[in-house]
Design a protein around this ligand. Structure first.
Ligand code: NAP
Length: 276
């Protein structure tokens, strides 16, 4: 599997498996199936309530643990130093890891309600220095927040995880990530099917003799420095998503996809930051 190497030395497999809404035994079985197919990057979070199920799959697979990249995240109501430490300890226990591969702040807090970005980032950095997480990063930070963390505080962040797909422009975050040597992990990379539903993507798929979902995913995967974590329970879709790594789009395809609307934001809770 191709991977992205960040300035901090993280090798992040280009394609991972999202696990939101996978629970319990079904989640464990689905991950074992994905690992058998060739996935080596799993994305979980405390908020998904499935870290123990992910841990079970990691314990049961014959694939050596060091060949599998695991990301987890701390929820935004646990960003005070003590709460963040407890959350990380609980994640490590559930995942059965000595050390997590990548620990992310899932969403920034609310500064007008007293959240301190500096305090949370300092804690994140300390956890890395203590060896509790191999690598650290953030999700859903805007460029101003990334600038404070990476440029002003000098935090060695490896990854910024944001929504990114054929229907959403993320150029400002992408530019920041490339400039500072972070990988951008695209979540909701299939726009939950909305990318594949467009006539443009369907036409390109027909031209190449592939599925529309593969075109939508291949476009994300071909962006430099970008990894993607589509969620799928089905072996057929998991395999189709792996095969999208091999699909080569041409300039005509890229021009057509560039002309699609780029303002479809699917994940936008009321605690989201001001987007770029
Ligand atoms: N950091 C954050 O705040 C954040 C927010 C949202 C999501 N995420 C992460 O990103 C992951 C993915 O995002 P998502 O679940 O929102 O959306 P997504 O990956 O864009 O779409 C998932 C949907 O697409 C279907 N699908 C997958 N592969 C397909 C294929 N080849 N052909 C047709 N349909 C296909 C899945 O159904 P089947 O299961 O039936 O295949 C599922 O219904 C999450 O699981 C989570 O790990 C992170």
């Amino acid at each position: 599997m191709q991977s992205i190497t960040t300035r901090t030395g993280l090798h992040l497999p280009k394609l991972g498996l999202g696990t939101w809404r996978m629970l319990g035994e079904d989640c464990t079985r689905t991950l074992e199936q994905a690992l058998d197919l060739g996935y080596r990057h799993l994305d979980t979070a405390t908020a998904y309530d499935n870290e123990a199920a992910v841990g079970k799959a990691l314990a049961q697979t014959s694939i050596p643990r060091e060949q599998i990249h695991v990301t987890t995240k701390v929820w935004w109501d646990k960003l005070e130093p003590q709460a963040m430490r407890q959350s990380l300890d609980a994640s490590r226990k559930a995942l059965g890891d000595d050390c997590l591969d990548l620990f992310l702040i899932h969403w920034p807090g609310n500064e007008s309600a007293g959240w301190s970005l500096e305090r949370s980032i300092d804690t994140l950095v300390a956890l890395r220095e203590e060896g509790k997480a191999r690598q650290i990063g953030v999700a859903n930070f805007n460029v101003a927040q990334l600038t404070r963390a990476v440029v002003e505080l000098g935090a060695p962040l490896s990854v910024v995880q944001v929504e990114y797909h054929v229907l959403l422009n993320q150029q400002p975050v992408l530019d920041f990530a490339r400039q500072h040597g972070l990988a951008l992990t695209a979540y909701t990379p299939l726009a939950r099917g909305q990318g594949a539903d467009t006539e443009t993507v369907q036409r390109i798929a027909e031209k190449h003799g592939v599925l529309p979902s593969q075109v939508a995913l291949a476009w994300v995967l071909e962006q430099e420095g970008v990894a993607a974590i589509p969620k799928s329970n089905s072996a057929v879709n998991q395999q189709a998503n792996l095969d999208a790594l091999k699909l080569k789009l041409d300039d005509e395809d890229r021009r057509a996809i560039a002309a699609l609307p780029k303002d479809v934001r699917i994940v936008n809770p009321n605690f989201a930051p001001k987007w770029d």
